[in-house]
Design a protein around this ligand. Sequence first.
Ligand code: SF4
Length: 367
Amino acid sequence: MLKPVMDTAARTRRPKLWTPKHVLVTRSAAERPHTREVLARVEAAGVTDVTFLRSDRISGLSGGDERAVYARAKATLAVVVSPPSARKLQPIAPSADWRLDLARGCPAHCQYCYLAGSLGGPPITRVYADLDEILAGMDAYVGHGRVTSADAARAAEGTTFEASCYTDPLGIEPVTGSLAAAISHVGTHSFDGPVQLRVTTKFGAVDELLDLPHGGRTRIRASVNAEGVAGRFEGGTDPVSGRLTGLGALARAGYPVGLTIAPIMPVEGWHEQYTELLTAAADALPADADLTVECITHRFTPGSKEVLESWYPRTKLEMDPERRSRKFGKFGAVKYVYPATEMRELRAWFTDALAAQLPAARSLYWT
Ligand code: SF4
């Protein structure tokens, strides 16, 4: 029998508040004002292993086998100054005009994590200490978007900035405070045109965000999935019910909200499982929520498969190139996606199910 999405234990569980075991502060980061905020939060969380490095090179992660390096990296927060590449914003289709990185890395353990293919080295979480400069840098990009700004159906969102490309900003918020600062900045700063900050998360601890001066300019989406995917492959995250409870609270606090249904997988019983998910979402959200939906099917690259199989050698996640179609990116890189017939079936089902179960939701894209 299928396990219900909203089981009683999950409903009453408190949201996760990540506490790293180790904190490293690089020499350049030590001088930045946001570092004080991070260190105050780290101290309040009871972290005692805080190391001030003599240079900007992150050290102390090697030693032991691959498992030991992985475990130590996932338990480590590094406070660093962002590389120049992070401050030169890039378009990020189909989500947003620009990618805005507040951090890089995530402490959770999703067995399909897309970061595995894009970030090299041990999976440490780096929070950017030069937050003020990153946020001030947004001004230069307002009015110049070419992704959502160029799409007639989405242009009303204003210039969009996606903060969840390389991290889960809410997952690390208890020890960074970066997301609250970004929401407040975007909500109160005088920009040259309309702006939307976009965040997606697999966590539910939203209390700190509810009273911020968000100005309706930050859309927070819960990244959700069928229980057969979330319960098996999303280690270290909050249960889907907790994410939806958080999303409901944000909607009631006036935030525009959304569902990122990802990665969609046709697991056994998927019709019933995704029906349960949409029912749970409809139950958690107020009827007048400003709600969008984004649908992303599961995909992998040869590189991400190799890294994920080394991190999670016993994974039951299907990553069989023989069962997939190949899709080529701009620079010839291959991605493995579901074959066209399976993709059509999934898309048709979700189109009908969303219209029936969340009729007020606006679908932004399917990929
Ligand atoms: Fe990766 Fe997101 Fe899971 Fe973090 S929460 S491990 S970023 S998929």
